[in-house]
Each structure stands twice: as C-alpha cells, then as structure tokens.
Design a protein around this ligand. Sequence first.
Ligand code: NAP
Length: 512
Amino acid sequence: MNNGKICVSVCAETADELIEQIKRAEDLADVIEIRFDCLKENEFELFLPKFYRDKFSNTFLSTMRAPEQGGKNNLALSQRKEFWLHSHIFESTDWADLEEDISEAEINNLWSKAFKNVIKSNHDFDGVPENLLGIYERLKTSQADIIKIAVQAHDITDTIPVWKLLEKAKSENRQIIPIAMGESGKWTRILGLAHGAFMTYAALDAGQETAPGQISAKDLTEVYRVKKLDEATDIYGILGSNTSVSMSPYIHNAAFKFHDLNAVFVPLQVNNLDEFMRRMVKPATREIELNFKGFSVTIPHKQTIIKHLDFLDETAEKISAVNTVKIIDGKLHGYNTDAQGFIEPLLNSYGDLRDAKVAVLGAGGAARAVVYALKNAGANVKIFARDLAKAKSLAVDFQVELKELPKTKDQNPKTDFKDFDILVNATPLGMKGKADGETPVLAEQLKGLHLVYDLVYIPFQTPLMTEADKMEIPKIGGLAMLIAQAIGQQKIWTNLDAPIKEMSRAALKRLA
Ligand code: NAP
C-alpha cells in the first residue's frame, strides 16, 4: 500500500469533448489533469461556463504546455502567461503545473487565492539530458511544492538516472514525479508510487495517451494494482525488444492478484541485454535497487540470456533457449516452459503422439522448443523453413529432416502436407502487427491433415485457422500454448498452483 495518486490526463479539442472526458475520468482518478493546451482557439471561453467544478470530488490540475514540452498547440509564451492570469483558472482548478518559463510567484501573488499545489515541470521528449541532476537542483530553487521531470527513454537503462532522482528527492524530503517516457520507461510509471513518487499519470483509455508510454488508468489500477504496491513488492517482468503487444502482464498479474501476492509483473523493454543485466540486475554491478524476482524472456533474448545465468535447467539446456528466469538470492536460474506449454494442448487434443507425422513451419526460437517437445513425445518431425542455411543447426541439433518452405506470395501449388498428420505454424505469419492477414499455407494444402496448430495468438482466430476451418480440420490456436507456458512460469516463481481460469480470462479479455 502507498499514498501515491493516479492522475488521469484529459485532452480534447472542444469544450464539450473535454467535459465528457472529465466525467469519464471521475471514477478512475484522484487527480484530473486538464490539458488546456489541447483546446482549439476560443474553446477555452466555452469550457469555463460549462464546467461545474463543485460536482466533482476529484482534485483538478491545470496544465498549459508549451510545444517543446509536449503541448498540442503552438502557443507563444505570452499566450500561455495570459492563460495563467485568467482568474477563472483559480476558481475551477486546485493545482497548477507550470513550466520553468512561467513564474509561480508571479501567478500566485496576482490573486488573493493561490493554487493549493504548484508542480514545476521539465520535459525532454528526445532523450535523457546529461545534466538531469542540475535540472532537479534548479527546479528545487523554485517555490513549487512538487517537481516533475519527464524524459524519453530509448532503452531501459535510460531509466536509471530518473529512478536515482526519486531516491535523491526522497532522502531530501522533496515531492517528486519522475517519469521515463516511452515503452522502455513504462515500469517507472507502474512502480513509482510504491517507491515514493508523488503521482503517476494515466491515460483515460488505451489509445488516448497524452505522453509516450502512458498506461490507461484502468490498467494501472486493475492490472498493475499500483496503489497496493510498496518497496517490498516482488517484481517480475517480460524481457523483450518489443513489449508493447505482450499479453504476459495481463496473464501474470491476474495470477498474482488471485493469490493476493505482493508481486507485480511489468513490461521491461530491453534492447541491450548486457547493459540491463550489468546496470539493473546483477547484485555486484547494479546501480539501482529493484526487487527483481524473475523474468519471462521473449524475442530476441531467449538464447542470449543464457550467458548471464548462474544455473540452467536441463530442459532449457537441451533446447538452448530460456523463456523463464527465477532470481534466488541474487542468482539467476534459467528454465524453459515453452516446450511443455506447447505439448500440453496438443496431447489434450490429439492424444498419443508416438509416430505421428508432424510438419513444423519455421525454424526460430519457438520452433526449437516445439521440435524438442515433439521428439520427446515420439513424433516424426520435418521442419519447413524459407532459409535452409539458417535452419540447418536446428535440424542437426534435433536430428530431424529439413525442407524448403516456398515463399508465400508465389506458392508452389503442388506443395501439400497430405503425408502429415499435424501441421504446426512456428512462423509469425498471421500475427497482428507483423504479418497481418497472411497465412503460411492455403486451405487446399491442408488436405489429409488431422490437426493444425498455430502458435500465433493475436488475433485469436488466425488466418491459418480460418484455412483449417474451410477444410473442417480441427485446430489449436496459440493462446492455449501462451497460457500453458505461463502456468509453468507461475509454478516456478511462486510454487503455487496457477489459477488457470483467471489467467485465461485475463488473456481473452485483453484479446477482445
Ligand atoms: P523467431 O525466432 O523470429 O522465428 C521465426 C521463424 O519464422 C524463423 O524461422 C523465420 O525465418 C520464420 N519466418 C518469419 N517470417 C516468415 C515468412 N514470411 N515466411 C516464412 N517463414 C518466416 O520467432 P519465434 O520466437 O520462433 O516465434 C514465432 C512465432 O511463434 C511468433 O509469431 C510468436 O509470437 C509465436 N510464439 C507463440 C508462443 C505461444 O505461447 N503461443 C510462444 C512463442 C512464440 P527466418 O529465419 O528466415 O527469418
């Protein structure tokens, strides 16, 4: 539990839209930030008579951003000053967020009634300024009650100086809102309150973010439970180069919530894995203290993480890929739950796999776990890959046949899978955002198969599954594996039985 606040930022071009957003934010926010810079010209005058402040119990924060501070309109300093000198702003809102070029003394002294709280803010949308500490010291000399510093993180280690500011401000008894913007900085928005940040900003809805990396208020509260976290909270996260589409936070946080554990699962977007390990994880070299207890590992770190581990489980070693890390007393233990996660739904659907003939499309990280699990279950496996040279090591490692997969666009119509029982798609073809709408194989090529298994899980019904439907062939979608591998991860991390229903429900809700 912590004392932090959730501030929902509302931003609309017209007065009516703004009022509508405020009404919707009412139940989600402690503080509602009205981004006056979003309003079109003349709409401000229309807004004030329509806004009945007394109808709301929330605290209202006024903001009028300059373009270089993320403002939506190209307003000159004189126009922004004029805004702040408008007496109705005091009557309708409680707090003010002032940039450095606006003096709070000038504004507060002008009116008999001053703002209850003034935030002095500094934003950098390009990166992390070298003199971050200097900016903090400068903002400290103002009369502001709260300091807000927001910088753009390009990789996760860019968040370190921001987090250090929070530690410094705490030791000096100063109120601060430190934010690392962007996907790599999302974790600072989630964990900030637990570590003493005054407030965290949220979007009214997904897709209505007013700054990069903002999370919806609903997710902050219901998925990440940000107000319930504290410094002792166990931290888990998804380690990958693109965490923005990951379902894992929804699935794992649902499990932690079900067991009422003081644990949270956050996105950890990492490009440079070596630097992340050195500066944020390894006890001997890390620069900040986060209570990391484990990671779910995804593209492209499943193999490169191995060199950072202290222990490697036998299955992970055989597959040569790790999708799960558990941290015990600072030591990193690596596991692979992909193989088990893949085979469980298949065994449930198909039954005994001994001598079953299986065609696997793709030869990447997932295919390694798939081929390992199939071979273990006694299946006959053949890999189809577009780049035979790249796929060779997989075929050699697992002693399976390899065949060229014709390019999708100019398919050879004679390529069919009639000699196989099962077809597994371990390529991203059909995956939303990567290869939308594409299918690796057309319906007529599926003739004779008994089952089609697509590892792709977004969308829920993939193009390949639709092709299978045309031929009335039973199919399994990737969600089944996603949940099954996550259940394995939960067991490793918590030693508790994973709440399958809650985890599946969270995933389906997210997909919907
Ligand atoms: P990966 O390591 O990048 O491997 C992808 C494989 O697909 C490579 O062999 C790649 O060939 C091939 N490929 C890519 N585009 C292709 C195309 N247009 N035509 C033919 N082959 C193509 O990725 P991964 O980790 O194995 O993941 C593969 C898919 O499985 C992803 O969609 C992922 O989301 C899904 N997955 C699902 C789960 C689950 O729980 N359901 C778990 C893991 C993965 P090249 O080497 O020539 O590029």
